[in-house]
Design a protein around this ligand. Structure first.
Ligand code: NFS
Length: 630
C-alpha cells in the first residue's frame, strides 16, 4: 500500500495501518494492484463505442494506428469520450433534481414532504408566472413542481433559468446556439451524436457538449438547489464539526452517504424520533449519532448542522473505524467496495435506490410514499446492529475540526446587509461584495469544488490552493468534497481569518464570515453561478469580465466534467488539478485550453501543482482587473 498519497492526511494514515491488521482492502491496495494506468485510456484514445473495436489510436503522431476501423481520428475519439462524460454527469445531477421535483409534486402540509421555505416558493412561482393570489401553498408548490418536471422533456423552448444569467451572456448563448433545450433532450441528442457514424467533428462535438452542460448547470442543478431549498429549507449559517473524529464510541453511528436530500432529510427526521432514540438507549447506546459524507453530508450539514465524517476518499475509512453500525446510501459516489469491506466488520451497508443497487449490500428500497416509515425501518436496522459491534476492532481517530457552514446566496446577502450603510446603499443585494472587489480590498473570488482523486495527495491540492488564495485576498466559496476538505482543515472558522491577507481579513471581521464559505453540495454550484451572475448584473457586465474563477483541484467524476464545461460556458475560467483524458488530441486540448475562449470568454487550465495553479489564478485575476481598469 502506498502511503505517499496519505501523507497530507494524518487521520487517514493511522487507519490504513489498522486495515492491514483487519485484513481489509482499501482503494490504495486496489490502486497498487492496478499497476500502471492504461496509456490509451489516459489520453482518451481508446474507443469502444461500437463492436468493430475496441480501437486504440497510437498516441504518437505518424506512428502506429492513426484511425479507428471506421476512420475516426484521435480528435473524433477524444471529443466523443469527453462528450459522453458530459452527458453522464448532466444525467446524474438532473435525475437527482427530478427526484426532488417529484417529491415536491406530492408534497402536502400534513404529509412527510411539506414546503419549508414558503418565501422562496412564492418567489419562484412569481419568476415562473404561476398565480399565487388566494391559493394554498400546496397548490402553488404542485404547479411549480409540474413546471420543473416539464423542464426535462418539454418539446419546445429553452431552460427557464437561463434568464437569470447576465444579459450579455444570454445574448451570446443565443447567437452561438448554446441555449439548452429540455434536459433529457440535450442528453439524448448528445448520446445520439456520439453513436458510431454520427458526429465526426471535434469542434461540433465540443459545442454540443457545452450546450448539454448548460442543461446541467442552469437546468438540472439549479432546479435541484431551488426546489431542495423550498422543500427542506434554505440553508442558514450554523456550526458543525468535520473529520472521522465525529464518530462516537458510545453511540449508534450511522453514516449517511450519497446525494439526494429527498432521502437524507427523511433519515435525519427518523433519527430524531423519540422512539428511535429510546430504542438506541435500550440496546445500550447513549443515542444516535448521524454523520454525513460526500454531498448528502453537505446537504444535511447545511440545513441541520449534521456532522461531517469526511469526504469521498474517506468512505472506506469510516467503516474501518469498526464503530459504524450502518452505512446508508442512495445514489452517486458510493464505492461498490463498501460491500466487501463491511464484511470485515459488523457494519450494515444499506442501499436504498433502485438506481444504485450494489451486490453484497442489504437492499431496503426507500419509498417516497411512505418516506418517514421507510427511513425508520432503515434506522432501526442500524440500531439493532449496535449489539454486534466488536469492541476489539474499534479505532476512532480523534481528529476533528469546527466549521461554519450554510452559506446559501440568501445567507451571504443577509450577512452583507450588516455592513450596508442605510443612508446611501440598498439592502438585499450583492453590492457590498462587488464594492470590495472593485475597491481592491478583495482581489477576486474563487469557487473551489469537486472530489478527491488518488492521482493526487488527499486534500492537499484543495487546501493548498485555498490557503494560497485567501492569503492573497481572494475570497473562496466551495461545495462538494472540496468544502469538506476545507472544513477538516479548519478553514471554515472565524480564526482562519488569520491566514488571510489584510483585505480579506477585514471583510471577514466586518461581515462576520469565515474566508472559505461552504455553499453546499455539487448541484449547489448553481448557487455560485447565481452569485457571480448577480455581481455581473449589478455592474452591467458579463461573468467573463469579472476576476472570478472555478477550480476543481482533485476532481474525478463525470459530473465534474459536466460542471467544468458549464462553468467555462458560463464565462468563468476553470482550473483543473487533474488533467482530463483528452491529451491524445492536440486539437481538442487546444480547444479546451485556448480557442474556447474566443467563443465564450473563458477557458480551461490544467495544472497539477497546486502552488503553481494558485499563482496562475492570481495572475489571471490581476489581468481581469487590469482590463476592467480597477
Ligand atoms: Ni461532487 Fe458529490 Fe464528492 Fe465529487 Fe462525489 S460527492 S456530487 S462528484 S466525490 S465532489
Amino acid at each position: 500500500m502506498s502511503h505517499e498519497v496519505l501523507e497530507f492526511d494524518v487521520v487517514s494514515a493511522s487507519l490504513t495501518e489498522k486495515a492491514k491488521t483487519d485484513g481489509a482492502e482499501l482503494i490504495w491496495d486496489r490502486q497498487q494492484a492496478m499497476k500502471a494506468k492504461c496509456g490509451f485510456g489516459d489520453k482518451g484514445l481508446c474507443c469502444r463505442i461500437c463492436a468493430m473495436g475496441p480501437c486504440r489510436i497510437s498516441p504518437v503522431e505518424g506512428k502506429g494506428a492513426q484511425r479507428g476501423l471506421c476512420g475516426a481520428t484521435a480528435d473524433v475519439i477524444v471529443s466523443r469520450n469527453f462528450a459522453r462524460m458530459v452527458a453522464a454527469g448532466t444525467s446524474a445531477h438532473s435525475d437527482h433534481a427530478r427526484e426532488i421535483a417529484t417529491v415536491m409534486h406530492m408534497s402536502n402540509k400534513d404529509g412527510n414532504y411539506k414546503v419549508k421555505d414558503v418565501g422562496k416558493l412564492l418567489n419562484l412561482a412569481k419568476e415562473w408566472g404561476v398565480e399565487t393570489e388566494g391559493r394554498e401553498n400546496d397548490d402553488i408548490a404542485h404547479e411549480v413542481a409540474e413546471i420543473a418536471l416539464n423542464e426535462f422533456g418539454k418539446p419546445f423552448g429553452t431552460q427557464r433559468f437561463i434568464t437569470r444569467a447576465p444579459e450579455p451572456r444570454q445574448k451570446l448563448w443565443k447567437e452561438k446556439n448554446f441555449e439548452p433545450r429540455a434536459i433529457d433532450r440535450e442528453v439524448v441528442t448528445l448520446m445520439h451524436s456520439t453513436h458510431i457514424g454520427c458526429t465526426g467533428d471535434a469542434d461540433s462535438m465540443l459545442e454540443m457538449s457545452m450546450r448539454t452542460s448548460l442543461a446541467d448547470g442552469w437546468g438540472g442543478s439549479m432546479i435541484g438547489t431551488e426546489l431542495s431549498d423550498i422543500m427542506f429549507g434554505t440553508p442558514t449559517a450554523r456550526g458543525t464539526e468535520a473529520n472521522l473524529g465525529v464518530i462516537e464510541e458510545n453511540m449508534v453511528n450511522i453514516l449517511l452517504h450519497g446525494h439526494n436530500p429527498s432521502f437524507s432529510e427523511m433519515v435525519v427526521l427518523a433519527a430524531e424520533e423519540p422512539e428511535m432514540i429510546a430504542m438506541a438507549k435500550e440496546v445500550g447506546a447513549d443515542g444516535i449519532n448521524l454523520v454525513g459524507m460526500c454531498c448528502t453530508g453537505n446537504e444535511v450539514t447545511m440545513r441541520h448542522g449534521v456532522k461531517i465524517a469526511g469526504n469521498f476518499y474517506q468512505q472506506e475509512l469510516a467503516v474501518l473505524t469498526g464503530a459504524m453500525e450502518a452505512v446508508i446510501v442512495d445514489v452517486q459516489c458510493i464505492f461498490p467496495a463498501l460491500a466487501r469491506l463491511s464484511d470485515c466488520y459488523h457494519t450494515k451497508f444499506i442501499t436504498t435506490s433502485p438506481k444504485a443497487k450494489i451486490t453484497g449490500s442489504t437492499y431496503i428500497e426507500f419509498s417516497e410514499e411512505h418516506a418517514l416509515e421507510s427511513t425508520k425501518t432503515i434506522v432501526r436496522e442500524a440500531i439493532m446492529n449496535y449489539a454486534n459491534r466488536d469492541r476489539s476492532k474499534v479505532l476512532i481517530p480523534q481528529a476533528k475540526s469546527k466549521a461554519l457552514v450554510g452559506y446559501s446566496v440568501e445567507t451571504v446577502i443577509q450577512h452583507l446587509d450588516k455592513v450596508v450603510n442605510s443612508h446611501t446603499d440598498v439592502f438585499n443585494t450583492v453590492k457590498p461584495l462587488s464594492d470590495v472587489i472593485w475597491a481592491g480590498v478583495l482581489r477576486g473570488a474563487a469557487g473551489i469544488v469537486g472530489c478527491n482523486n488518488p492521482q493526487v495527495k488527499h486534500d492537499k491540492s484543495h487546501v493548498t490552493i485555498m490557503k494560497e488564495l485567501i492569503k492573497n485576498d481572494v475570497i473562496v466559496v466551495t461545495t462538494g468534497c472540496a468544502a469538506q476538505a476545507a472544513a477538516k482543515a479548519g478553514l471554515m472558522t472565524m480564526e482562519a481569518k488569520e491566514l488571510c491577507g489584510r483585505g480579506l481579513k477585514e471583510v471577514c471581521e466586518r461581515v462576520g464570515i469565515p474566508p472559505v464559505l461552504h455553499m453546499g453540495s455539487c448541484v449547489d454550484i448553481s448557487r455560485i453561478l447565481d452569485i457571480v451572475g448577480r455581481v455581473a448584473i449589478e455592474r452591467g457586465l458579463d461573468n467573463s469580465d469579472l476576476p472570478v474563477v472555478g477550480v476543481a483541484p482533485e476532481w474525478m467524476s463525470e459530473k465534474a466534467v459536466a460542471i467544468g464545461t458549464y462553468v467555462v460556458t458560463s464565462g468563468i475560467d476553470t482550473y483543473l488539478g487533474v488533467t482530463p483524458q483528452v491529451l491524445g488530441s492536440e486539437h481538442f486540448t487546444d480547444m479546451l485550453t485556448n480557442t474556447i475562449e474566443e467563443k465564450v470568454g473563458a477557458r480551461f487550465t490544467f495544472e497539477e501543482d497546486p502552488v503553481v495553479c494558485a499563482q496562475l489564478i492570481l495572475d489571471r485575476m490581476e489581468e481581469k482587473r487590469d482590463r476592467l481598469g480597477i
